[in-house]
Design a protein around this ligand. Structure first.
Ligand code: GLY
Ligand code: MN
Length: 473
């Protein structure tokens, strides 16, 4: 308390100006919001790294995500394009970021980056909250040159003088808001109007994606802090679900428990729709309707991820609804467990991206042959039809090069076995679906399983399911 009071008294003694009082109030207000978001320095550093990959005499245009309409006059909650966010921190629609290899002169000032933002708008603030505006763009994001998006059309960037022009913009879902002359639809049109017809064919949309893949694959220390937070929240959610699970619970109740823990701990939203599939639904890979009443003899695949300040976790556990694995369930579960251990062991720097997948599929095909569920390795794809790993970060299926695994990359290791009803094997296996997924940090040495905080052996899961949740009634 003393630490806070002293500077306040100090300021009042030496100045009574309204400006200082406002500063104190603003500072106090700011502390009521998130104070652990990525800093302007982080984004500045990412732009520097991006610029270093650009060829000589080139320019890159990165556009905001469109606003996506849900129905009639209701839109989905806005989510920024991860590439735009990665380079600027700007999280509003109708923006354009221009990154230049070398400086150009705009309005008499030299700059190698320009951010065009939505204008500050008092009337809109009443409905949708305050926009960042030009002042916010300069002060908070610290991009060298920030202008209202209405200036984009007017600025002559002399694109004909560049050796190459690179473009990242959303390929679809861009609607024309006829009331806004500078919405994303118009900004993209204005971009093409700047490009000569002859140059249009040469606008590159491929290399820019490779640069994003190269940069986003390897996480900085600041990104890893946020990823650890997202993963830790997700682990807490999985643990609470195991404790709260009861027979006859609805899948959506399980979803509600997980998403309650997400929000309670500060996650903005799930990083992807929550998958909560029991019984036959455990065999549907991206099952999201979550409306079934679970039965005691069902397995439940819970594949969930909290998104925290842009970064998402992705952790799957498979649990028996009544707290006990049957003999068949335990057999299948332990194959997936063993396959995951093999996949994690292969998650080492220098290994090819696909090596965890090869390790996991080898275990699964040999084990399914032993159980008589398949006869030849080629039949494996009937019961394990997805890849073992994907990169994780701003996107759940994050950008990456699919080359050798690099230190400070986060991948998932998520083998599974899914045996839907009617499969050509003994009926006793039908409707067993198992996926075990962890988020693994590639290091210079042993892989670090960041999501290890949630148990996954049969003994651990059965023991945890006997504990009481603070969410049980
Ligand atoms: N968590 C869903 C997926 O990886 O596809
Ligand atoms: Mn996944």
């Amino acid at each position: 308390m003393r630490i806070i009071l002293f500077p306040i008294l100090f300021l009042f003694l030496f100045s009574s100006s309204q400006e200082l009082v406002d500063t104190i109030l603003i500072d106090n207000n700011e502390s009521m919001y998130d104070d652990d978001k990525l800093s302007a320095e982080f984004f500045n550093d990412r732009r520097r790294a991006f610029r270093a990959l650009m060829p000589e005499n080139s320019v890159a245009f990165i556009f905001s995500s469109p606003i996506r309409n849900r129905s009639n006059d209701v839109d989905f909650e806005y989510h920024q394009d991860p590439n735009m966010y990665y380079l600027s921190g700007y999280d509003e629609p109708h923006g354009v970021l221009v990154v230049l290899k070398d400086e150009i002169s705009i309005n008499g000032e030299l700059t190698n980056e320009i951010l065009y933002v939505q204008p500050y708008d008092e009337a809109d603030a009443i409905w949708n909250g305050k926009r960042l505006g030009v002042v916010g763009g300069k002060q908070q994001l610290k991009v060298n040159s920030v202008f209202e998006n209405s200036e984009f059309k007017k600025h002559n960037l002399k694109l004909e003088n560049f050796k190459s022009v690179h473009l990242h913009h959303p390929q679809n879902d861009v609607r024309d808001n006829t009331f806004d002359k500078n919405d994303l639809y118009n900004l993209i049109q204005q971009f093409y109007a700047k490009i000569s017809t002859q140059q249009e064919n040469d606008v590159d949309k491929t290399k820019i994606n490779q640069w994003f893949a190269f940069l986003r694959e390897v996480k900085t220390a600041e990104e890893l802090v946020l990823m650890r937070k997202a993963i830790s929240i997700t682990c807490d959610a999985q643990i609470e679900l195991m404790k709260a699970m009861k027979t006859d619970m609805k899948e959506y109740e399980a979803e509600a428990i997980v998403e309650y823990v997400f929000k309670k701990n500060g996650a903005e939203y799930p990083g992807f729709p929550t998958i909560m599939g029991s019984g036959e639904n455990s065999c549907v890979l991206h099952y999201v309707s979550n409306r079934k009443t679970m039965k005691g003899n069902n397995l439940l695949v819970s594949d969930v991820g909290a998104e925290y300040h842009g970064y998402t976790a992705d952790v799957s556990r498979t649990i028996p609804v009544d707290g006990h694995f049957s003999e068949e369930e335990a057999l299948i579960y332990n194959i997936v467990f063993k396959a995951q251990q093999a996949g994690i062991a292969a998650s080492r720097a220098g290994n090819r991206f696909w090596e965890p997948n090869i390790a996991a599929t080898t275990v699964i095909s040999q084990s399914l042959i032993k159980l008589g569920i398949i006869k030849k390795p080629i039949e494996l794809r009937r019961y394990f039809m997805h890849g073992t790993s994907h990169y994780l970060g701003l996107d759940v299926h994050d950008k990456g090069t699919y080359g050798e695994l690099q230190p400070n990359t986060v991948i998932t290791v998520e083998p599974g076995i899914y045996i839907p009803e009617g499969s050509p094997c003994d009926k006793k296996w039908w409707n067993i679906g198992v996926r075990i997924e962890d988020d693994v940090l590639i290091t210079d040495g042993e892989p670090e399983v960041i999501s290890d905080c949630v148990p996954k052996t049969i003994t651990e899961i059965e023991a945890l399911m006997k504990e009481k949740s603070y969410l049980s009634n």
